[in-house]
Structure formats: structure tokens, C-alpha cells
Design a protein around this ligand. Structure first.
Ligand code: USQ
Length: 382
């Protein structure tokens, strides 16, 4: 397939581009380096420097023999996105091109507006571009498990059959997000669902939990192919942060009681999930939703796992409970279904002590680059 990866420079975008290319697909990436700019502006650069897309593409070609086509520009601009779609004419589009961080979206008014504008306009432009240049192309959109929040009932895979006064209808599962970022993902889903109904689009919305990890199958071939690794309060996800804290001798920052439970997955599984969704497309006029995670953990469980793996390597890992800067339930029911991707053939990579030790050892090799004051700046929801 010809696959266009929007947001192809990001933590997931670049590894996805390489993975699809390694599996024989013809891949193009589009990005405006927004994530890099925001990290520079907020002084939260990733653990190690990552070459720009053009250098990564040259390195990938040298180690794999596959080429990837770059398009550098802002997908909010119709002049740019229409040129990309007209030129590449994709069979499928992977849409990652969003401001991805909940804490960043809650930082201040400018960050909130940027998140709204970027995420909604890029989703809308993607829909319009597919309609105009490649109707029938499959859109694989990265949503988030956070769209559902933490309701006191089982979470279904996207849809809920509702019986009301003796009649039945299937609706999108009720959504109630815990940050502005997560709310933009709900709005994206609604935009996609609307245009699936009116234009018969073919869409898969992947409700993904927090991702952890550094290594992907393809990045093993060269250190210049590694993804971003943020450990700061704004862009770092919790397990990646805990690994860095353990190496730096900083007590693990568990927010509140630590009973917050989410569905987690290894970055390698993200790549397989996206590929499986692409290779088994949704039908015309279908909004297909998968819950994309492999295991659920509370924050306390994650902290204990990192402590255990760290101790086995001689690290003195302490755990601290900080006043929670976010508004979220710290003890709650959590039972989301996640069979769709397993049915397509996903073989999960579980969070074993070996996986954690590999991460800890790699980060220990970059210990001198850790900037402690990036870890907790108290960006608060209140
Ligand atoms: N947490 C801590 N200590 C920390 C950092 C986080 O206790 O130092 C807690 C948070 O309060 C939260 C949980 O860990 O309860 C997960 O936080 P996170 O920062 O790893 O994840 P989140 O902000 O929810 O967002 C991340 C990604 C986002 C994705 C989402 C999936 O940044 O792009 O959509 O995970 S989900 O959480 O399922 O909505």
C-alpha cells in the first residue's frame, strides 16, 4: 500500500514509518516539527538529540534499502496538505499529527488554543483531503483511551448498545475526558463519525493507552533511528518518566494515591496494532474502533515494578506520593475490553522485568544528560 503518515516525526510517527516501510509498504511522512518546537519553547528537550526527518530518512535508506518520502509543512494549511495528498495519492493515511500531551494542553491559554486549533483543523483537513484526492483511502486515526475517562461501568470497544423505553440503538460509548487534549480527541472522533455518515469514509479510530519504551524492531539497526524519549512533566508518559527518575536517583513521582489505572502498551505493540489495522481495513461507511492497549496497571503498580527492576540492578529506587496536579479519580473501577486487535493477530509484548531492565540500562547510558528540574514543575489543572 501507499501509506501517508501524518505526524511522521513524532515519538510514534517515525517508528511507524520505518515499520511500515520494512513491511513492504511505500511510505511518505508529513510533519512541521511542532513537537520539537514546543519542547524547545518549554525547555523540555528529550533525553538525547534526535536527527531531523531528512537525516533519519537517509540513515534508514542506508540500513534498509527502503526510501521514505518527506513532506515538511503545516497540515493545518490547506495549500500544504492538498499538495501532499495530490502528489502522493495514498491508499491509507495514519493520522498522528496532533499535540499529544495532556499537561501541555492545560499549561495556559495559548497552549490550550494551540491544542484545539492544531488537533481539530488537522483532522478536518485530513478528512477534506481524503474526500478530494483519494476517496476510499482508509484513515487510521490515533485516538486515546482517555476519551472514555474512568466510568463506573465496563468500557466497550467504541460502541454501546442502548436500550431505552423498549427501543434499541447503538451509540458511541459515552465519553468524558480528563484534559483539554483528551477532549480534542473526542471532538476528532465526532468529526470522523459525522463524515463517515455523510461521505462513507473508511475509518479506524485507535483508542490507545499510555505508551512506554524506546526500542522498536527497526531502530535496533542504528542509534540515529531511535524515537524521541521525553521524561519531562509535559511530554513524558508515566513509565518512561519513572525509568529516568529511577536512574537519576529521584524518587518516583506518583500523583496522589496512585490508584489511577490505565491500559498500557509497549511502543513495539503500537506499531503492530497500526499495521494490523491498515492491513485489515475498515469498510466503506464504517467507523471501526479498537481499544489499543495490552495490560492495565495502576500508577502504584508501575512504580513498584520499576522499583523492583531497579533494585535488581543495584539502584536505590524510592517512591514518593505528590499532591496530584491533575483532576482525576485516584481510586476507581476500570474494566475496558480490548479484543479487536488481538483478533487481528496482535501478539503482545508484556511489561516484564527484562523489558524494564533494558530501558533502565539504556537510560543509564545517558544519565549525564538528565535535567532534574524538567521532571516536576507542577503544571496544574486547577
Ligand atoms: N502520573 C503520575 N506521575 C507522573 C506522571 C503521570 O502519577 O509523574 C499519572 C497520571 O496522573 C495519570 C497516569 O499516570 O493518571 C498516566 O499519565 P501519563 O502522563 O502517562 O498519560 P496521559 O497524560 O494520560 O497521556 C498519555 C499520552 C497521550 C495518550 C494517553 C493515553 O501523553 O498522548 O493519549 O497517555 S490515556 O492515558 O489512556 O488517555
Amino acid at each position: 500500500m501507499k501509506i501517508l503518515v501524518l505526524g511522521g516525526d513524532g515519538y510514534l510517527g517515525w517508528p511507524t514509518a520505518m515499520h511500515l516501510s520494512a513491511h513492504g509498504h511505500t511510505v511518505a511522512v508529513a510533519d512541521n516539527y511542532l513537537r520539537r518546537r514546543l519542547c524547545r519553547e518549554e525547555d523540555v528537550d528529550p533525553l538525547y538529540a534526535v536527527p531531523d526527518l531528512e537525516e533519519r530518512i537517509v540513515t534508514w535508506q542506508a540500513v534498509s534499502g527502503h526510501s521514505i518520502q518527506p513532506y515538511i509543512g503545516d497540515l493545518k494549511e490547506w495549500a500544504f496538505i492538498s499538495k501532499v495528498f495530490a502528489d502522493f495519492a495514498p491508499d491509507a493515511v495514519v493520522h498522528y499529527a496532533e499535540q499529544p500531551a495532556a499537561p501541555y494542553s492545560m499549561l495556559n491559554r495559548q497552549a490550550a488554543t494551540l491544542t484545539l486549533e492544531n488537533n481539530l483543523l488537522v483532522t478536518a483537513n485530513t478528512i477534506f483531503a481524503v474526500r478530494e484526492f483519494c476517496p476510499g483511502a482508509h484513515i487510521v486515526k490515533l485516538g486515546t483511551m482517555g476519551e472514555y475517562g474512568t466510568p463506573d461501568i465496563d468500557i466497550e470497544e467504541g460502541w454501546l448498545d442502548v436500550e431505552h423505553n423498549g427501543r434499541n440503538q447503538k451509540f458511541l460509548f459515552p465519553r468524558q475526558a480528563g484534559s483539554l487534549y483528551h477532549t480534542t480527541k473526542i471532538m476528532d472522533t465526532d468529526l470522523l463519525w459525522f463524515y463517515v455518515r455523510v461521505w462513507d469514509l473508511r475509518v479506524t479510530d485507535l483508542m490507545q493507552g499510555p505508551v512506554y519504551g524506546i526500542f522498536t524492531y527497526e531502530s535496533d539497526r542504528h542509534e540515529k533511528l531511535l524515537p524521541f524519549f521525553n521524561y519531562d512533566e509535559l511530554f513524558g508518559t508515566v513509565l518512561n518518566r519513572f525509568v529516568v527518575q529511577a536512574v537519576a536517583g529521584i524518587p518516583l513521582t506518583v500523583y496522589g494515591k496512585g490508584g489511577q489505572t490505565r491500559g498500557y502498551l509497549n511502543i513495539r505493540d503500537t506499531l503492530n496494532c497500526v499495521r494490523l489495522a491498515l492491513e485489515n481495513p475498515a469498510s466503506e461507511g464504517e467507523l471501526r474502533i479498537f481499544n489499543q492497549f495490552t495490560e492495565t496497571f495502576s500508577v502504584n503498580e508501575l512504580a513498584e515494578k520499576v522499583q523492583g527492576a531497579g533494585s535488581s540492578m543495584g539502584l536505590d529506587v524510592r517512591i514518593q506520593h505528590l499532591e496530584n496536579p491533575r483532576m482525576e479519580a485516584e481510586e476507581h473501577y476500570y474494566n475496558p475490553k480490548h479484543t479487536g486487535l488481538l483478533d487481528l493477530g496482535l501478539e503482545p509484548t508484556f511489561l516484564t522485568e527484562d523489558v524494564l531492565r533494558d530501558m533502565l540500562e539504556f537510560v543509564a547510558g545517558h544519565r549525564d544528560k538528565i535535567v532534574a528540574d524538567r521532571i516536576f514543575r507542577k503544571t496544574t489543572w486547577k
